[in-house]
Design a protein around this ligand. Structure first.
Ligand code: DGJ
Length: 610
């Protein structure tokens, strides 16, 4: 045992096979468990299943499991269900983390656990490949949660002297409810997991071109958008898909990471220089693990695609996966990214990944090693990210994955933020963001303001509401600024300026989910800075019925004896609020917001004055 880490070595009673169990405690109240299986004999052994940890809960009949499930564009849906004798499986068999389920769980006690009180046991896995949690209630009402890499289609040969280390499974407990369980995870992620740990910087306000120009990017269109974005106070211009190879639609070009000379006859430099001259830094989209069959890379290296020889290769979004488990593919991917970032002044990569595995064959290695693909693919992904960051220490990266498909504590060691969902409809986003923050910190949660017609709901949501939803995470703008009116631009500038004032509190403070959005007319969130000196509240009226007044919003996490100055973004929305209010009143009675009709929202910030 050294410091905060305990290591237990166990040996099989017959074979020279050792398992080292590692336990690490972190000051935020999180315990990590993982193991290393070592073959100290001469004969090869085959590992068919390797779990990271089992959490055993005390006997109780009232356990309720919360999990996050969904599908593309409907990620982060919170499910809560009673546990019964038998096993409940949450998993991904898709080769990566998945949109369908996230490797997070929280177990509370029915009738006892709420957002603000009661016991919660929670956990989260650090692995970006196929994973599995088995939540099992025994006949004697004991509950155990076992998690790790998914044993589905898995096998990993260990030659004499070889070892396999499992991913880390992190767990914790609080008696203070679901909100505190989330806050423990948020603190832990910021202090111990993220690349900028222990003190991540605030995320910049970005503009992303995807919804404005899709594949039709070129120097002129991007510079025009950048000029408008800069006027709003945007700090980072991100050019999305379409800048490379023959990428004019999703049918071609993936794998050919050279600048498209028709769209950028002078390369990327003039555009990047212009973005810098406008006072912003520059980011660019990549999807490194993929290849379109219609690409020079595929024509040259068809064997690099993941496949079972002689069998069809299923395409999804017209693309195939490169087999990143291969060293030559790893080198290719690292080299093109390194070249791109070395030759251009790039501050940020939006790292996309838009399909699941379907035929995970790897015929270049002997049959008994082919299933190592499940581990080696992910290890090489982490290796590329680590090497890239080591060589380019200022580079920041987003794990995009079609929105929400690769969010876990494995990838988050190498990426600074994530794209939670391709669904940017502000009303849907409220639920998506509520689910997301159960498991992950708000500073990771990139949130764009897009145009009204871009969401699946196709509903008219005012720009102010769209902004206030996105401002409760890491603010981005993704609408077509060419179509925004002068009034839209004025509002966007004002709201962006307000966001910058509250950003350290939103991103690096403590989140309190005051009123949940799912199935409700109203919702509200609050953030309190770590030093308690600042707070911000966002209140949302989704759709008003029967002239019902917006309920009083009672705040949390303030000092009852301190005085706070209350500064609304729009004073008309909080007419009755006093300029100076004490903490006990804000928490006991609350703030009354004057919100009406459909999609009305407001924000206030609080400064502790004494
Ligand atoms: C999926 C991403 O989530 C979108 O934001 C966009 O980058 C597209 N891919 C581009 O192909």
């Amino acid at each position: 045992m050294t410091g905060d880490e305990l290591e237990i070595t166990m040996k099989d009673i017959l074979a020279p096979v050792y398992v080292r169990l590692y336990y690490h405690v972190w000051p935020q109240g999180v315990l990590g468990r993982w193991s290393k299986i070592e073959n100290r004999g001469k004969e090869t052994i085959v590992v068919e299943q390797a779990e990271s940890a089992t959490w055993n809960l005390p006997p109780r009949s009232s356990y309720e499991l919360s999990s996050l499930t969904g599908r593309w564009a409907t990620e982060w849906q919170l499910q809560t269900e009673a546990l019964h004798p038998g096993a409940k499986v949450l998993e991904s068999r898709r080769g990566s983390t998945s949109h369908q389920a996230n490797p997070w769980f929280a177990i509370g006690s029915k009738g006892e656990t709420t957002e603000t009180a009661g016991p919660v046991w929670f956990g989260e896995l650090g692995w970006s490949g196929s994973w599995r949690f088995t939540v099992e209630q025994t006949a004697s009402e004991r509950v155990r949660i076992t998690g790790g890499t998914n044993p589905f289609d898995f096998s990993y040969p260990l030659a004499g002297g070889a070892a396999l280390e499992t991913p880390r499974f992190y767990g914790g407990y609080t008696s203070k409810g679901q909100g505190e369980a989330s806050r423990i995870l948020h603190r832990f992620q910021k202090a111990e997991i993220l690349p900028q740990r222990p003190t991540p910087k605030v995320r910049p306000v970005i503009f992303n071109s995807w919804e404005a120009t899709e594949f039709a990017v070129d120097e002129k269109s991007q510079v025009a958008l950048a000029e408008k974005a800069a006027k709003l106070g945007v700090e980072r211009m991100v050019i999305d898909d379409g800048w490379f190879g023959q990428r004019n639609s999703d049918f071609a070009g993936l794998g050919d990471w050279t600048v498209n000379a028709k769209k950028f006859p002078n390369g990327l430099k003039p555009m990047i220089d212009k973005v810098h001259a406008l006072g912003m830094d520059f980011g660019i989209w990549v999807e490194p693990e993929m290849v379109n069959p219609d690409s020079d890379l595929y024509r040259k290296h068809p064997e690099w695609a993941m496949n079972f020889p002689g069998r069809p290769r299923s395409e999804s979004r017209n693309q195939l996966l490169l087999n990143l488990a291969r060293e030559d593919v790893r080198q290719y991917v690292f080299n093109f990214l390194d070249k791109l970032v070395s030759e251009n002044d790039i501050a940020f990569l939006k790292w996309d990944y838009n399909r699941n595995w379907s035929e995970p064959g790897w015929d270049a290695v002997p049959l008994d090693q082919q299933k190592e693909i499940y581990v080696k693919f992910v290890d090489n992904l982490y290796g590329i990210l680590a090497d890239l960051r080591a060589k380019h220490p200022k580079l920041e990266i987003e794990s995009c994955s079609g929105g929400g498909g690769r969010v876990d504590l494995g990838i988050l060691r190498y990426t600074d933020e994530v794209w939670p969902s391709d669904n940017t409809d502000a009303l849907d986003r409220l639920v998506i963001q509520d689910g997301f923050t159960r498991a992950y910190s708000p500073n990771l949660m990139m949130a764009w303001v897009t145009d009204v017609q871009s969401g699946p709901g196709h509903r008219f949501i005012p720009l102010s509401f769209r902004f206030l939803v996105a401002m409760s995470g890491s603010l981005g703008i993704g609408g077509d600024l060419n179509k925004w009116s002068a009034e839209d631009m004025t509002l966007a500038k004002e709201y962006t300026a307000f966001y910058k004032q509250v950003r350290p509190t939103v991103q690096l403070g403590e989140l309190h989910r005051l009123m949940a959005p799912e199935g409700s007319e109203t919702s509200a969130v609050q953030y309190v800075s770590a030093d308690g000196k600042a707070a911000v509240v966002f209140a949302y009226l989704h759709s008003q019925h029967y002239w019902r007044p917006f309920p009083m919003v009672r705040l949390e996490g303030l000092s009852p004896t301190a005085m706070y100055r209350v500064v609304p973004l729009d004073a008309k929305k909080v007419p009755g609020v006093a300029m100076e209010v004490n903490g006990s009143q804000l928490m006991g009675e609350g703030i009354q917001f004057n919100l009406r009709g459909d999609y009305d929202a407001a924000a206030v910030r609080l400064e502790r004055i004494r």
